[in-house]
Design a protein around this ligand. Structure first.
Ligand SMILES: [Zn+2]
Length: 114
């Protein structure tokens, strides 16, 4: 899907309350100031995603840099379903600052309890 189509489709899913977080894929790392809380920015190409950048959904404003490359520890695996919803695994657990712990499954932020 083109960048434009991904964005349009994500907007439809937002309207239907099917997702909390949409995504876009860019080839070069963007200015962190451009990362917004509703969008995951993947850096790379559809076939080879290298980084996932997202703003912490707790509202603390921190930009999280998640590696999708297996030679980096820790790293995450991203999946897109047929509706173009993002699932990241494992969960994201910040060990400093706000200490948020959450999952992103099918475009929804799911807070971990405990
Ligand atoms: Zn936070």
């Amino acid at each position: 899907m083109s960048k434009f189509r991904i964005r349009c489709w994500n907007k439809v899913l937002f309207l239907l309350h099917e997702i909390d977080i949409g995504y876009e894929i860019v080839s070069a790392r963007p200015d962190p100031a451009k990362i917004t809380v509703k969008w995951i920015t993947f850096v790379g190409t559809k076939g080879l995603l290298k980084w996932a950048l997202l703003k912490c959904p707790c509202g603390c404003g921190e930009v999280l840099n998640l590696s999708l490359m297996k030679n980096y520890e820790p790293n995450w695996v991203v999946k897109f379903d047929s509706k173009s919803r993002v699932t990241l695994s494992p969960s994201v657990w910040k060990n400093d600052g706000c200490r948020s712990h959450f999952f992103i499954r099918k475009g929804k932020v799911i807070w971990a309890t405990a």
